[in-house]
Design a protein around this ligand. Structure first.
Ligand SMILES: [Zn+2]
Length: 337
């Protein structure tokens, strides 16, 4: 299985060691800033993926360590150039770095507000972030940090197309990550929703599963039928019946096993399937590929891996681009006068 997958990869993909992915005009570039989940891991930071299409940049999710990986990939230029974040759902492993990027991007030079789209409850969370950091913002503005860019703007979105600009179209769809009764499978009736996204740009497309269990009627299937890349979360079941294994497997009711994801890939046949949001984070690429009975092109994402989706799908590694030298003149308006 592994041999076959690797063969397919080498025939389809060109491995490149690159600095930050530079998108050709009609390609979509992805940088995996974090491929893990809630558990701390120094190898797999929390879920976050940078999307670049033409001159547009945005993030899908803002997990722990996102700000640091962005800085690692592209220095202050990248850190201060992003003003759009899409949130799949409101778990902390998808949202905790929103304040980190919103505030440090502004502090180090971003002059536009940060805009966040997410499911019901997103505006409320962002309003609370603004309230929580009001003292910090007032303090810095009082000592001369520019006032443009400190706003945090949020939109609660419903399934459907919610963003269309400069050829970039983004569609949200419901996924199945709401809590259920383990015994009956019934929804526990919590309010809110959890989303996946599809991004289309000049004939290229990428689908993000968000966090989801797998079902035969998953919306992911219909939204991925002609997708170039389908990025799917995965959780490997813990073996045995020990208390530890049982505890680890509780979350399987809201996540997808490799066998279940293989069935999704089998139905949708993307040009490339990708695992990200990997539970537990210490899983290796070999372990996941060997557990997945699927004969199409499949890749396990690693932190700082890049994908450029064009006529070919090119794999690379981000890092070392941009500058890590900060000059105060970038941010303090008065010094420029
Ligand atoms: Zn998650």
């Amino acid at each position: 299985m592994l041999r076959r997958t690797l063969h397919l990869l080498t025939s389809l993909l060109i491995l490149q060691f690159a600095h930050v992915a530079s998108a050709a005009d009609d390609s979509i570039s992805l940088t995996f800033l974090g491929t893990g989940a809630p558990r701390p891991s120094l190898d797999r930071y929390g879920p976050s993926i940078l999307v670049e299409a033409g001159s547009q940049r945005l993030l899908v999710d803002a997990g722990p360590g996102m700000r640091e990986r962005l800085f690692q990939a592209g220095g202050f230029e990248l850190l201060t150039d992003i003003n759009l974040i899409l949130i799949t759902h409101l778990h902390f492993d998808h949202t905790i770095s929103v304040p980190g990027l919103w505030l440090s991007g502004w502090l180090f030079g971003r002059k536009s507000p940060m805009t966040v789209y997410g499911p019901e409850g997103t505006s409320n969370m962002m309003n609370n972030f603004e309230a929580a950091y009001a003292w910090d913002i007032n303090y810095r503005e009082a000592v001369g940090v520019h006032e443009q860019g400190s706003d945090l703007i949020a939109y609660d979105i419903e399934p459907g197309v919610f963003y269309e600009k400069n050829g970039l179209k983004i569609t949200a769809f419901n996924v199945e990550h709401m809590p259920i009764d383990m015994n009956t499978g019934d929804l526990l009736g919590m309010e809110g929703s959890t989303l996946g996204f599809r991004i289309d740009y000049k004939g290229r497309s990428v689908v993000f599963s968000g966090d989801t269990r797998s079902t035969a009627s998953s919306n992911i299937i219909q939204h991925s039928m002609d997708a170039d890349v389908l990025i799917h979360e995965v959780q490997m079941p813990a073996p045995g019946n020990s208390p530890e294994a049982q505890l680890a497997n509780v979350s399987l009711s809201v996540h997808s096993t490799p066998a279940q994801v293989a069935a999704i890939f089998e139905q949708t046949r993307p040009r490339l399937g990708v695992y990200s949001h990997i539970i537990p984070p210490e899983l290796t690429s070999d372990q996941l590929l060997n557990a997945t009975d699927y004969d199409g092109p499949l890749l396990v994402a690693e932190d700082l891996m890049t994908l450029t989706i064009g006529d070919e799908i090119v794999v690379g590694i981000a890092g070392g681009a941009g500058t890590n030298i900060f000059t105060e003149a970038d941010v303090v308006d008065q010094l420029q006068d």
